[in-house]
Design a protein around this ligand. Structure first.
Ligand SMILES: NC(=O)c1ccc[n+]([C@@H]2O[C@H](COP(=O)([O-])OP(=O)(O)OC[C@H]3O[C@@H](n4cnc5c(N)ncnc54)[C@H](OP(=O)(O)O)[C@@H]3O)[C@@H](O)[C@H]2O)c1
Length: 503
């Protein structure tokens, strides 16, 4: 039985995937391995090619050698003949993607490949470059006409834009506007790799392909919802970017709000891009906006200091290379959000993310209400029933509820029913980038973000950014590396039975 998207048996058109930033980290670590896996599963047509574009001085052979090394490093030991066969579909155009001349040469190369490899004028452009380069690429593609669709010798043209999509509401609106000056909305794919994760897609299957959960999925039965994305890593080599960004922008504006929407949305009438994206946008529109003055009661930030992770001593954020002296950038952020609609009124949604936390774990926990009247006496407090959807690592779903502990007395204790992806289905789960690249080649934008979703998500977070950015803002609480974040995050809970789930 397959849990893939409905596109499972469809084959993309003959096409060229053009990666701007082909000498970069994302290309080596994620994109080319994803294309490799798609190819190995027979999910790409024989007339598929990948064209890398970057300033690094290489030719086709040099690029193929780099990607051979990347495959060995990030996929594993591979059969050389299979790799040769794969690399034969890779090409490289050397040049600055900000320059018109590069795009002119790219256009000529794509026209040649249309003839030699029969790619039929279908192009997908992937912006895997720093965000300040996106706009120039879009402008140059427009100047040489590579955005055009239909007509003689032309097929479709799509563009994938990486995160971050804007730095705040104003820059996100400006980026959308600039994209729309060249591309139509149906050609634009704003990627959020969380949406490509199997478990995130499975949330919808779980909710809507079973009739047992949906009746409980509302304010009558759910006390509150928690969404956590905890990382053990620090800023690694990304401090230059991260110090300008912080946890709210890096994780909550995109990944965690997307997950929240998938959890909270109404069932769409069908599983297509328009229906799903419309329902997700309705959730964002129903989230109660915070005013700057309310931020302190509903949002907490933190920054990690030196501490112990397992048996390793790790330094604090302020001692990381490339972090500004006295930086106030948050490496932890937690919010309490409420959704003003019939399904969720009065059910708080707690969202938290952080670096250098105790454990790497991304999960959604739905805590059910306690029974209205308990007929059993219990020595200890009754544990609430919870449903936990684990997104990473060990993807799966578990239901914890109360059972009778064997013995002559009626004693209650929590028991667990557990579904684990790896044990149930075995084999390798596809990486998010595989699903998302394949979807784009198929023209399916269901798992990509729409322009209005992006703008609304920024709009919701602007008061928090404003409050935290103000010169009068209170200090940024610190937390020791290896903990679950600053103790101030516990104060977001306004009922004594609510607390952060242990993951
Ligand atoms: N890496 C990740 O895990 C990850 C995760 C999520 C999102 N992203 C996003 O994906 C994009 C790519 O990430 P990355 O880590 O691969 O970035 P990167 O390594 O910093 O950059 C990718 C490539 O872009 C080119 N480039 C850099 N600065 C440029 C400039 N000023 N003008 C023209 N080209 C320039 C460089 O190639 P040349 O010098 O050869 O031209 C570089 O190899 C970024 O937007 C990032 O935010 C990355």
């Amino acid at each position: 039985m397959s849990y893939s998207r409905p596109a499972a048996d469809r084959m993309p058109d003959p096409s060229a995937l053009v990666i701007f930033g082909a000498s970069g980290d994302l290309t080596r670590r994620k994109l080319v391995p994803a294309i490799w896996h798609l190819d190995q599963q027979g999910r790409l047509p024989p007339e598929f090619v990948l064209v890398g574009v970057a300033r690094s001085d290489m030719d086709d052979a040099g690029f193929r050698q780099q990607m051979r090394e990347a495959l060995h490093e990030f996929v594993g030991q591979l059969d050389d003949r299979q790799v040769d066969f794969f690399l034969d579909r890779l090409f490289y155009v050397c040049g600055d993607p900000k320059e018109a001349a590069t795009h002119q040469r790219l256009k000529e190369r794509l026209a040649q490949l249309d003839v030699q490899r029969r790619t039929r004028g279908n192009y997908c452009f992937y912006c895997s470059v720093p965000p300040q380069v996106y706009l120039k690429i879009v402008e140059r593609l427009g100047q040489v006409g590579l955005h055009q669709e239909g007509g003689e010798g032309k097929g479709w043209s799509r563009i994938i834009v990486e995160k971050p999509f804007g730095h705040d509401l104003e820059t996100a609106v400006e980026l959308n506007r600039s994209l729309h000056r060249v591309f139509a909305e149906h050609q634009i794919y704003r990627i959020d790799h969380y949406l490509g994760k199997e478990t995130v897609q499975n949330i919808l299957v779980f909710r809507l392909a079973n009739s047992i959960f949906e009746p409980l999925w509302n304010r009558r039965y759910i006390d509150h919802v928690q969404i956590t994305a905890a990382e053990t890593v620090g800023v690694e080599h990304r401090a230059g970017y991260y110090d300008q960004s912080g946890a709210l922008r890096d994780m909550i504006q995109n990944h965690l709000l997307q997950v929240l929407c998938v959890i909270a949305m109404e069932p769409p009438s069908s599983f297509d891009a328009d229906s799903v994206r419309t329902e997700k946008l309705k959730v964002l529109k129903a989230i109660h906006p915070l005013s700057v003055g309310q931020v302190d009661q509903h949002a907490v930030r933190g920054q990690y200091r030196a501490g112990q992770l397992g048996d390793q001593e790790v330094r604090g954020y302020l001692d990381e290379p490339d972090v500004a002296l006295r930086s106030r950038t948050e490496t932890f952020a937690a919010l309490q959000l409420t959704i003003d609609n019939w399904r969720w009124q009065g059910v708080p949604f707690y969202v938290r993310t952080g670096k250098r936390l105790k454990r790497r774990a991304s999960a959604v926990t739905l805590q059910f209400r306690q029974p209205p009247h308990l007929i059993f006496s219990s020595d200890e407090d009754l544990q609430p029933s919870t449903l936990t959807i684990r997104i990473q690592p060990e993807e799966g779903i578990s239901l914890t509820f109360n059972g009778k502990i064997p013995g002559p007395d009626v004693k209650l204790g929590p028991v667990k029913m557990d579904f684990d992806y790896a044990t149930t289905f075995g084999g390798r789960s596809p990486e998010a980038y595989e699903t998302l690249i394949l979807d784009c080649l198929l023209g399916d934008a269901t798992l990509y973000s729409s322009s209005d979703w992006i703008e609304r998500s920024w709009e919701l977070l602007m008061p928090v950014l404003e409050a935290w950015g103000a010169s009068s803002a209170t200090r940024v609480p610190s937390y020791p590396a290896g903990s679950w974040g600053p103790k101030e995050a516990d104060q977001l809970f306004d009922r004594e039975w609510r607390r952060w789930a242990e993951l």
